[in-house]
Design a binder for this molecule. Structure first.
Ligand SMILES: [Cu+2]
Length: 193
């Protein structure tokens, strides 16, 4: 009986995961444990890896996996930005907007995990890209939710504008304004509403 009941659910999940269109964008959301996966696009608009978002009880875990050599070796800043739009890759992903999670959650609008007046909901740890071999990182964002509306003070990644994971050219110093000196936007993964 258990197999008969579960089978339709698995089929639905497989259909949803297949997606439509040239690039996957994160669509799914739901209870704790729900996941959504989006392609990470570089400045040429090519997919260089994936970002998988998983809803936790008090925040979102983000696993980043990039192809070897797909981003410059060294430390990189990563933030959640306020708009799920990675289409303007040639213009440096400006459409992704500012950092996520300002209004209406009441969270700090000062940038920096190490800034006494911060952090913003979209602030994440740096990651290191080796010169050779696969690139992987996990981030934990306690200030956000995969849901379509805020949960308490947790800002919605799937609100009307969606959101985006932006990877920056340089490391984030976690203190200076407005983005910790992280430099240009070199890659983007969109979370659609
Ligand atoms: Cu940023």
């Amino acid at each position: 009986m258990r197999a008969l009941i579960l089978a339709p659910v698995l089929l639905l999940s497989a259909c949803a995961a297949a997606g439509h269109g040239a690039h996957r964008t994160a669509q799914a959301a739901g209870p704790v444990g729900a996941t959504a996966t989006a392609d990470v696009l570089n400045g040429a608009g090519a997919a260089i890896g994936t970002a998988r978002f998983t809803e936790g009880p008090r925040g979102v875990v983000i696993r980043l996996e990039l192809a070897p050599g797909s981003i410059a070796a060294g430390w990189h800043g990563a933030h959640l930005h306020e708009s799920g739009d990675c289409a303007d890759f040639a213009a440096g992903f400006k459409a992704a907007g500012a950092h996520a999670g300002h209004a209406p959650t009441g969270q700090p609008t000062t940038h920096g995990l190490l800034n006494p007046a911060g952090p913003e909901a979209g602030d994440l740890a740096n990651f290191y890209a080796p010169a050779a071999g696969p690139i992987g990182a996990e981030f934990y964002a306690p200030g956000v939710t995969l849901a379509a509306a805020a949960i308490g003070a947790r800002a919605p990644l799937r609100g009307p504008q969606g959101s985006a994971l932006i990877l920056h050219a340089n490391a984030d110093d976690h203190a200076s304004q407005p983005i910790g000196g992280a430099g240009g936007r070199v890659a983007c993964a969109a979370v659609k509403p």
